[in-house]
Design a binder for this molecule. Structure first.
Ligand SMILES: [Zn+2]
Ligand SMILES: [Zn+2]
Length: 136
């Protein structure tokens, strides 16, 4: 049974998750800004084994500040970034919240890399605040 579903802008890439997100968080780092074209990125973390995808994706890999391989997967037709992987977190994928169809499930618990945030971005005081990446 799928818990939530999503797609890219053009609809060529579709996915479903068979589990609830493990955690949802907002990242304000400069790499997420450039990669998404948005002032911050909301990610849903799930185990890769619970993820089913149809349609072709391309990918791009770069190094994180911590030295891990960060791979972004995107639709080759419309360019929507759909999910990512981090070599430092094997077996986990991060789904881009803007691609999720069930909007009500998107409830971030923390903001990461607030030191890099765009000054005009509003920050909820109800969420855990991290200047960088928390140790967990
Ligand atoms: Zn597409
Ligand atoms: Zn980031």
């Amino acid at each position: 049974m799928s818990i939530f579903t999503g797609s890219c802008l053009c609809g060529s890439v579709n996915y479903k998750s068979n589990s609830d997100p493990l955690v949802i968080q907002n990242c304000h780092c400069d790499q997420c800004k450039k990669a998404t074209g948005s002032v911050y990125l909301t990610n849903l973390f799930i185990k890769e084994e619970n993820f089913e995808i149809t349609g072709e994706v391309n990918n791009y890999t770069h190094l994180s500040d911590a030295g891990n391989n960060m791979t972004k997967y995107f639709c080759p037709k419309c360019g929507s970034q759909v999910f990512g992987k981090n070599s430092g977190r094997p077996g986990i994928i991060t789904i881009r919240a803007g691609t999720v169809n069930e909007k009500d499930i998107i409830k971030p618990i923390r903001n990461l890399f607030l030191k890099s945030k765009v000054p005009s971005t509003p920050i909820s005081s109800n969420l855990e605040a991290c200047e960088g990446m928390p140790l967990n």
